[in-house]
Design a binder for this molecule. Structure first.
Ligand code: 5GP
Length: 211
């Protein structure tokens, strides 16, 4: 069965929710907060060619693979979407995702901007959220405070952000991360509202009426 046919059958099952945003916006912290508050939401574990970090666990944080292995997976149609970020490949593996979808689970994705757009192409019902900084000066402040990058890299990130932010109009939702808890609250509210769309609960009235 092709991935399109498998995915398109899922409109009345779990939600696929992806969060993207420019580097430094605080996406990782907001996603962690959402996961903490909705423990049932599954995490799509991506495949990456970047080196494993100290606090990371194979198969939990990512599936860490060589570039050759990654390209093999792509050739076998095992990668739903992929992107290159800082010279490393990142991609969503299809088989574990289909398993989660078939179990009716809600799945949260942490993707690059183009990753979310590709997810939407494959799965029209995906809920895409663009996380925005309150302002460019605040984004600069956060990148400087993070102190993980050299000044010229920070400038490059800000330039990338100015190219990515105009793509917010291609997403379903735009959420400003002015405060970690408030941004998480907003995303949780979006997930709750999306679950209550009639289109995701077709036949609910029949079930209530016992027909
Ligand atoms: P990090 O190396 O910091 O874990 O992630 C770098 C970037 O890759 C983040 O912006 C994250 O959202 C993105 N990313 C992680 N997994 C995937 C994936 O499967 N597909 C795409 N398109 N982006 C990903």
């Amino acid at each position: 069965m092709g991935k399109d046919s498998v995915l398109s059958e899922q409109t009345r099952k779990g939600l696929l929710v992806s969060v993207s945003g420019p580097s430094g916006v605080g996406k990782g912290s907001v996603i962690d907060k959402v996961r903490e508050r909705i423990p049932d939401i599954a995490h799509s574990v991506s495949v990456t060619t970047r080196p494993i970090r100290d606090n990371e666990i194979e198969g939990v944080s990512y599936f860490f693979r060589t570039e050759e292995q990654f390209k093999d997976m792509m050739a076998q149609g095992e990668i739903l979407e992929h992107d290159i970020y800082l010279n490393n490949y990142y991609g969503t593996p299809l088989t574990p995702l289909l398993k989660l979808i078939n179990e009716g689970r809600d799945v949260l994705f942490d993707l690059t901007v183009s990753g979310s757009l590709a997810l939407m192409e494959n799965y029209k019902d995906a809920v895409t959220i663009f996380l925005l900084p309150p302002s460019m000066s605040e984004l600069r402040k956060r990148l400087v405070l993070r102190a993980t990058e050299a000044p010229e890299v920070i400038e490059r990130r800000l330039l990338e952000a100015s190219v990515e932010i105009p793509k917010a109009d291609l997403f379903n939702y735009a959420v400003i991360n002015d405060d970690l808890n408030k941004a998480a609250d907003r995303i949780i509210a979006i997930i709750e509202a999306e679950k209550h769309r009639y289109a995701r609960q077709i036949g609910i009235e029949e079930r209530i009426l016992g027909r």
